[in-house]
Design a protein around this ligand. Structure first.
Ligand code: ADP
Ligand code: MG
Ligand code: MG
Length: 880
């Protein structure tokens, strides 16, 4: 078996497609090398070795040692240095690399191969003793903390001690002798802590580092991360061993981390950070402030790589074009410049914000790098959601506290908390919180998730907080150096102002600004790219997208977002208005039909107005109106004072009131007197609603010439007869209104399919209905026998234990509820091939459920107005 794959120096055994075997890092190093990019030579020990290692009591396959030796010899030959050679030593890095990038894995060890002899060789070969001793101490420090598990503070103490002794404050002032002293101190300390001298044999160092990478695959942090992200343990990690190049050999050396486009905005400009005369992790460590890549991105006082190292920069710009063309996606790259020569150390598809993912997809299609269809596939519909959220009102007054880096866009407002646990606890109680940390680490993920926004005082655009926040879509201001955080005192301070824990701040993740108090927000501006992508999506989708809306405001928003009609107008929402609730209660309390009709007559003009408004906004588009659905007692007052007030306004006494309320009370209202059952027991209710609909339809049809398309929907139908009876009432009212007005409007009468019986007898129901709309909220409740309002007590546990793969109220249960939908579709269409079919539950805005709707052959989905764009894109992806 081949356990080791070489890359670089013209011998590439791997490629990008081999990510499962070589891990993402190894596969892409080989790919970059094979398209002619400058990659220091090295080799990848496969993920299969990791699996073997754990399957065989932590032993390696027999052939491994020889294969590593052969691959190492090839690297030695390519570089011209030998591992452990006293005069010209080869140094390597040992890097972990799973299929997907995984925090929790072992950190990289650089400069491996240095020891008391080779350090002199490095000094002589480079002509720079300071560089050699600095490299050696870095190696002991990394190897010591990462492989030997020595607390990193122990190393810092020793450096501090030497600096203090020499009266120096900056690392840069330390000489070769000083670093030599640091190395001596390190070795002594490591020997003391581990009980063994620091390993001097380069081969022993190498195998210890390899073992540490494999060992880290099963450490607690990695296990937690895998569990949270559904990554199987048997994927394993690969180990990459690569010849070192040095970004810390002088002023013509540098190291950097960057993106081929701006990962926040998507702007087509080189974006990232580099440091002159630095090695590896220095850029993210935040000891020195990294500088920008492109001059366009440089602020006063900053020195861009474009200006400081024009030749290497130009080379990097070419690499950027080549990489994007090759991978046809934005790349996140790591590089090092050694004496003006560029080396590529990593590439992968870059993480980006929702805004950036939209812009990059549209730009790349327009640049011809990808097709329009590919652009539609690239944008995650759920991420699109983020773009539709508010930003700070530019005109609102505000009080600036300080400024940091604009690490993840969007605005957030909430109370200040200083720990992830507190963020989680408070958010669970419904509070909006801003998590404030000096910096974040993987242990803070739960708090970052719970928070509305994240503020850190340390770290750059590629810091943990920034990367994670962008991925989660949380607004984030990072590296706000002007802010001091005192965890103990629960206070943050900046420029003489202070904010305590529990007080409110507002973050603008797009500008990096931090404000005291809450700043009003405004609706998002939907950019040109947004509508361009939506246009491409609309061109390929089959499913229509409607909105659930009953107010003019919601209907307007829905139209703005491209809804093609209303799929669900819940008329009972129109009953709660203070001007109407009195008449509603009067209707409910009446014990006679006459009393009810009197009260309903008062409601008629209101309802007519409501529907006329919706018809005008939805000019010419279908509007599905569901007649009264909830049990009546939901409209009754609950407090004694309210009941007394109602009794008085209705001219009765409190006792009568209470008796009537008691009559209406039900043990299980969800399965009680509601839906069409009400319409059948009190026909006057549906008659009034139907009259309001038809009168409004006639009214608006007359004024606009563009007739509305009312679709009257009867809820909670279980039998054909129920629909037949209610439909007859509605048809009768229609004839009356058309006769009175001398005007005719087309309309449909259909039903919700939200009970299993309705689904199973859909052929009979379809005979008397013009359309079905799957009410998957109730259908899920009735299929599972599960009350949505009570599910919170155990459903999360079910999902956690995998008893249910997902919350069935969020994503449709394809096997059960979906089967009922399919049966109803098939039976319904068997009697009426043109039966209109839609879905109006919460699922109508969920991408996975939309995929199901596409497969089931529905005509449209209907969702809340803000989710309309998400649904349009998801519907397009479902059709592709
Ligand atoms: P991570 O997965 O945490 O990014 P990497 O394995 O990419 O870890 O290593 C981190 C950094 O170490 C790289 O970005 C690079 O700067 C540096 N590095 C790794 N290997 C080498 C090498 N062979 N020569 C020079 N620097 C290296
Ligand atoms: Mg790292
Ligand atoms: Mg890396």
């Amino acid at each position: 078996t081949q356990w080791v794959y070489s890359f670089g120096a013209g011998h590439n055994e791997g490629k990008a497609e081999m990510r499962n075997l070589l891990g993402g890092k190894g596969a892409n190093l080989a790919e970059m090398a094979s398209i002619g990019l400058p990659v220091p030579p090295g080799f990848t020990i496969t993920t299969e070795v990791c699996t073997y290692y754990y399957d065989h009591g932590k032993r390696y396959p027999e052939e491994l040692e020889a294969q590593v030796a052969t691959a190492l010899a090839r690297v030695e030959k390519a570089v011209g240095n030998r591992f452990g050679d006293h005069r010209k030593p080869l140094l390597v890095s040992v890097r972990s690399g799973a299929r997907v990038s995984m925090p929790g894995m072992m950190d990289t060890v650089l400069n491996l191969g240095l020891n008391d002899q080779t350090v002199d060789g490095l000094a002589a070969a480079s002509g720079d003793a300071r560089f050699a001793w600095d490299s050696y101490r870095r190696f002991i420090q990394m190897f010591g903390s990462v492989v030997l598990g020595v607390d990193h503070h122990r190393f810092e103490e020793i450096i501090e001690h030497v600096k203090l002794d020499r009266g120096i404050t900056e690392d840069t002032e330390l000489t070769a002798q000083d670093w030599h002293r640091v190395v001596d101190g390190y070795k002594e300390m490591v020997a003391e802590v581990t009980g063994k001298p620091f390993p001097q044999d380069p081969n022993a160092q190498l195998w210890a580092a390899i073992g540490a990478v494999f060992g880290s695959w099963m450490n607690a942090r990695a296990n937690t991360y895998r569990r949270l992200h559904d990554i199987p343990a048997d994927w394993g990690t690969a180990v990459n061993v690569q010849a070192m190049v040095f970004g810390n050999m002088g002023e013509d050396c540098a190291t950097g981390v960057c993106f081929t486009r701006d990962p926040s905005t998507g702007e087509n400009i080189f974006y990232g950070e580099y440091l002159i005369n630095a090695q590896g992790e220095d850029v993210v460590a935040g000891i020195r402030t990294p500088q920008p890549m492109a001059q366009l991105k440089a602020k006063p006082g900053e020195r861009s790589m474009e200006i400081a190292m024009p030749n290497a920069y130009r080379e990097l710009v070419e690499v950027r074009a080549k990489l994007e063309k090759h991978y046809t996606d934005m790349q996140d790259i790591e590089f090092t410049v050694q004496q003006n020569k560029l080396y590529m150390l990593q590439t992968r598809n870059g993480k980006r914000t929702a805004a950036a993912s939209l812009k990059i997809a549209v730009d790349m299609a327009q640049e011809g790098l990808i097709s329009q269809t590919e652009a539609v596939k690239r944008v995650n519909p759920a991420a699109l959601d983020q773009l539709l959220h508010p930003t700070l009102d530019p005109k609102a007054p505000r009080k600036l506290l300080s400024k940091g880096l604009p690490a993840s866009p969007g605005a957030a407002c909430g109370t200040v908390v200083f720990s992830a646990d507190e963020a989680e606890a408070r958010a669970a109680k419904g509070e909006s919180v801003i998590l404030v940390r000096i910096e974040t680490s993987p242990e803070d993920i739960h708090g970052m998730h719970a928070a509305k926004g994240i503020l850190t005082t340390r770290g750059g655009m590629t810091s943990h907080a920034a990367v994670v926040a962008r991925g989660m879509g949380r607004p984030c201001v990072a590296g706000a150096g002007g802010v001091t955080v005192d965890y103990h005192g629960q206070i943050l301070m900046a420029g003489g102002q202070q904010v305590r824990g529990g007080e409110t701040i507002t973050l603008d993740g797009a500008t990096g600004e931090i404000f005291i108090g809450s700043v009003p927000m405004v609706e998002p501006q939907l950019s040109g790219d947004f509508s361009t992508l939506m246009g491409w999506a609309d061109a390929v989708r089959r499913l229509k997208v409607r909105a659930n809306a009953e107010t003019p405001l919601d209907a307007d928003t829905a139209r703005k977002f491209g809804a093609e009609g209303i799929g669900l107008c819940r008329t009972e929402h129109m009953f709660f208005d203070p001007a109407r609730i009195g008449a509603v209660r009067q209707m409910i309390m009446s014990e006679t039909e006459r009393g009810r009709r009197e009260a309903l007559a008062k409601l008629l003009p209101f309802q007519r107005q409501d529907f006329a408004d919706l018809f005008r906004i939805m000019a010419g588009l279908p509007v599905t109106i569901r007649l009264l659905d909830p049990p009546l007692h939901e409209f009754l007052p609950h407090s004694e004072a309210e009941i007394a007030e109602l009794a008085e306004s209705l001219g009765t006494d409190v006792t009568t009131m209470q008796r009537r309320a008691a009559d209406l009370a039900e043990a299980n209202p969800m399965l009680g007197h509601r839906g069409c059952r009400l319409g059948i027991s009190y026909p006057e209710i549906y008659e009034m609603q139907a009259r309001a609909i038809f009168e409004a339809a006639v009214l608006t049809a007359k004024e606009a010439g563009k007739a509305p398309v009312p679709e009257i929907m009867i809820p909670l139908v279980a039998t054909r007869r129920e629909l037949e009876i209610t439909r007859a009432q509605i048809d009768k009212v229609a004839q009356e209104v058309f006769a009175e007005s001398g005007y005719h409007v087309e309309y449909d009468v259909g039903t919700m399919i939200e009970l299993p019986r309705a689904a199973l007898t859909a052929d009979r129901i379809a005979e008397v209905g013009d359309f079905f709309s799957f009410g998957t909220n109730d259908l899920t409740q009735t299929t599972f026998g599960l009350s949505r309002d009570d599910a919170g007590k155990f459903l999360p546990l079910y999902v956690e234990k995998g008893i249910m793969p997902k919350d069935p109220f969020v994503s449709i249960d394809v096997d059960g509820v979906g089967a009922l939908v399919r049966i109803a579709v098939e039976k319904g269409r068997s009697v009426k091939p043109n039966l209109k079919l839609g879905i109006c539950g919460e699922h109508g805005g969920d991408p996975a459920s939309i995929q199901f709707c596409e497969e089931a052959g529905l005509d449209y989905v209907s969702c809340s107005p803000y989710r309309v764009p998400v649904a349009r894109l998801a519907a397009a992806q479902a059709a592709l």
